[in-house]
Design a protein around this ligand. Structure first.
Ligand code: SAJ
Length: 427
């Protein structure tokens, strides 16, 4: 099939790059977001999210004349749904955005169109939830219109390259739908495109992020064990990873972002009796901020009244995304312990946590601090000069929750340095 027009529902971290990339590859694209502010920002030539290269791409898309933005769906040959699928406090998927986006397509859906869901979703969402809503149009999925699921697999920070280069799994409600999906994405995808059924494609996505979550949980548990056993986990991981079939990930303050800390719950929700390991991995990673704060208390005593500089709030290095960030959870716990916390987030300078003071510069964050804690290994923080940092602080105490600070330099600068997972006598 040849597609000329596309309607992308949801202009966030996935929808905006996807819509723009299709537009720069010659498709007529209408990008839709129900948030009026997002539409206005984009119409003013700005972008509302940070991602390397995105501004240039979006500007090129607008300049090509192929991209328009709106707050309502329009008739097109193909639709992509890239709306959020968050979890509630009960750890169950909230599909309200998917339902609403699907319902808004119903009046404009025409025979022969293709609808693709990209949002990470619980298994069977495409078949059991999306298809019935779209069939409210009177058209039948797989017969009168094509319906497919394809997971986005791009890594925040490298979205634009991975969007094009990564392999794509496309699952259809029938083979013709998967083939239609392939024809659409072949417009720009250079990676291999592999066809399957919709539920398998949904499951593959959840497996990938669950695999990573479980492996990070393992690294975090290794860090806890190392502290107890007097082993330096960083050295131990380096040595274990010389084994040809071992690749232990990095321990840290926990797992954040809107993907890995969320998606495994979709599998737990689907079959709690069959997923104890997946659930436990989530609990280990969610418990990591409290573990870190506990270790800080062990090292320096009660935190109440202590002035602590918390460096980094994003969920991982060199992104501005604060969603589900374990760094924010650590700050909350420090505040709850009565510490005077000053935060500094170089990539998202306006980021703030209730109860903590948001510093606008690293100097301001460190000035008079009795300890610092490195929570995100942003390039700008890794390269912090310990001599300069020590000069503005009241006491030279540093906690490194990412194993990212050059230890010798910090110790030479007179710092008492505590590294997560570096057992007593090895730090
Ligand atoms: N983290 C660790 N230790 C590690 C690796 C990561 O503590 O060794 C932490 C990070 O600091 C962060 C969290 O895990 O808080 C997640 O970061 P990430 O870089 O592992 O993954 P995301 O959430 O940015 O992107 C993931 C990717 N999935 C996989 O690698 C399997 C990406 O390909 C997906 O497209 C994305 O989720 C998504 O949108 O689902």
């Amino acid at each position: 099939m040849d597609f000329h027009s596309l309607c992308v529902m949801g202009l966030g971290y996935i929808g905006l790059p996807t819509a723009s990339t299709f537009a720069t590859h010659g498709m007529q694209v209408i990008g839709v977001d129900v948030n009026r502010r997002v539409v206005d920002v984009l119409r003013n030539g700005e972008i509302h999210i940070q991602e390397p290269g995105l501004r240039t791409l979006v500007q090129a898309a607008f300049r090509s004349g192929n991209l328009r933005v709106s707050d309502r769906a329009e008739t097109a040959e193909a639709y992509i749904l890239a709306v959020p699928t968050p979890i509630g406090d009960d750890k169950r998927a909230d599909l309200s955005y998917v339902r609403a986006a699907a319902a808004s397509i119903v009046p404009v859906l025409r025979p022969g169109a293709l609808v693709v869901l990209e949002s990470t979703s619980p298994p069977r969402t495409t078949v059991d939830i999306l298809a019935p809503i779209l069939q409210g149009s009177g058209l039948r999925a797989g017969e009168d219109f094509y319906l497919a699921y394809t997971p986005e697999r791009v890594l925040p920070g490298q979205i634009l390259r991975e969007l094009i280069d990564n392999a794509r799994v496309i699952g259809g409600v029938n083979p013709a739908s998967a083939e239609a999906g392939r024809d659409l994405y072949a417009v720009f995808v250079k990676g291999e495109i592999i066809l399957t059924d919709a539920t398998t494609a949904e499951f593959v996505k959840l497996m990938e992020n669950t695999y990573r979550d479980a492996n990070i949980a393992l690294a975090n548990e290794f860090a806890r064990l190392s502290e107890r056993l007097g082993v330096d986990v960083w050295e131990a991981i380096d040595l274990a990873n010389r084994h040809p079939r071992v690749s232990v990930l990095r321990p840290g303050p926990g797992v954040g972002g809107h993907c890995i800390s969320v998606d495994p719950w979709f599998l737990v929700e689907a079959a709690p009796d069959l997923s104890p390991l997946i659930r436990q991995a989530r609990l280990v990673n969610d418990g990591q901020p409290a573990w870190l704060v506990g270790q800080m208390e062990k090292a320096v005593g009660p935190l109440a009244g202590k002035t602590i500089a918390a460096l980094g709030l994003a969920y991982k290095q060199d992104v501005d995304d604060l969603r589900e960030s374990p760094a924010i959870e650590v700050v909350r716990l420090l505040v709850a312990r009565g510490a005077q916390v000053r935060t500094y987030e170089p990539v998202a300078p306006s980021a703030a946590v209730e109860g903590a003071e948001a510093a606008t510069s690293i100097e301001q964050a460190l000035s008079g601090a009795e300890a610092l804690v490195l929570l995100v290994d942003h390039q700008a923080l890794r390269s912090l000069d310990p001599v300069v940092a020590g000069r503005s602080m009241k006491s030279r105490v540093a906690f490194d929750a990412r194993g990212a600070l050059p230890r010798a330099a910090w110790k030479t600068a007179g710092f008492q340095l505590h590294v997560l997972g570096a057992g007593e006598g090895n730090g």
